[in-house]
Ligand binder design. Structure first.
Ligand SMILES: Nc1nc2c(ncn2[C@@H]2O[C@H](COP(=O)(O)OP(=O)(O)O)[C@@H](O)[C@H]2O)c(=O)[nH]1
Ligand SMILES: [Mg+2]
Length: 218
């Protein structure tokens, strides 16, 4: 993966390869997700913010790819807005060039305040032609801290209890993101995709959702 803040300079979306840009708090599994979806080898770590500059992967038109795409792994949202805002030039460059914005967050928490605050700061940069996906990772840990039966790692399926609490979780996450996004971009509940990057559950749906607008845009 290339590391830089340069890249294409034109902001005309039609002239850019289909561009997927990934945001989210440090440790939610952005790099693991990109590795699983696109066969990349971004560094992953349970405790360290590995990505401090945007990491850009280019996929040329080829055997399995009909049209060129670009995948941009943004630095993780950290501990303070001040620290996050040092990356503002990266956001200002990449969001206008993004077709599909993927916001990775985790299912196994109730603490979405940082997502909310940070998304609010990015809101002025979002544009109506952007397709917004909330990638709800770590489904394998959903409800486990509250004593629910956990993910079956043999069959690679969530437990019945996890599947039962999932709609309520999606409702909560939807309320929160919709409350910030309002009508800035199209955002409906099916744009929240539950999955587990490490256990590869839900990845196909995530990929299909991320590419929703590809055919019409490119
Ligand atoms: N249990 C579980 N852990 C995950 C999942 N996805 C990522 N992780 C772990 O979370 C940690 C942080 O992942 P990483 O991809 O580096 O996060 P990033 O900082 O958002 O890029 C790593 O230890 C991953 O193995 C998942 O679906 N379930
Ligand atoms: Mg990372």
């Amino acid at each position: 993966m290339e590391e830089n803040n340069s890249g294409a300079s034109q902001n005309n979306l039609d002239e850019q390869p289909f561009t997927i840009t990934v945001f989210g708090k440090t440790g939610t599994g952005k790099s693991t997700t990109l590795n699983a979806l696109f066969g990349l080898s971004c560094k992953t770590d349970p405790s360290v913010a590995c990505t401090i500059e945007p990491q850009i992967a280019h996929f040329e038109k080829g055997h399995h790819i009909e049209k060129p795409i670009r995948v941009v792994d943004m630095p993780g949202i950290g501990e303070s807005i001040d620290a996050d805002m040092q990356y503002l030039p990266y956001y200002e460059k990449w969001i206008p060039e993004t077709h599909s914005l993927v916001w990775v967050t985790q299912a196994d928490t109730r603490a979405y305040k940082r997502d909310e605050i940070f998304l609010n700061h990015l809101l002025p940069l979002l544009h109506p032609s952007l397709f917004f996906t909330v990638a709800l990772n770590r489904i394998d840990h959903l409800g486990v801290d509250e004593g629910e039966k956990s993910f079956d790692i043999t069959t690679k399926q969530p437990s019945q209890a996890q599947l039962q609490i999932l709609p309520e979780k999606i409702d909560d996450v939807y309320r929160l993101f919709k409350g910030v996004l309002k009508t800035t971009v199209l955002f409906e509940k099916h744009q929240i995709v539950p999955y587990s990057a490490v256990h590869r559950w839900g990845l196909d749906t995530l990929k299909t959702t991320i590419f929703t607008r590809r055919e019409t845009l490119c």
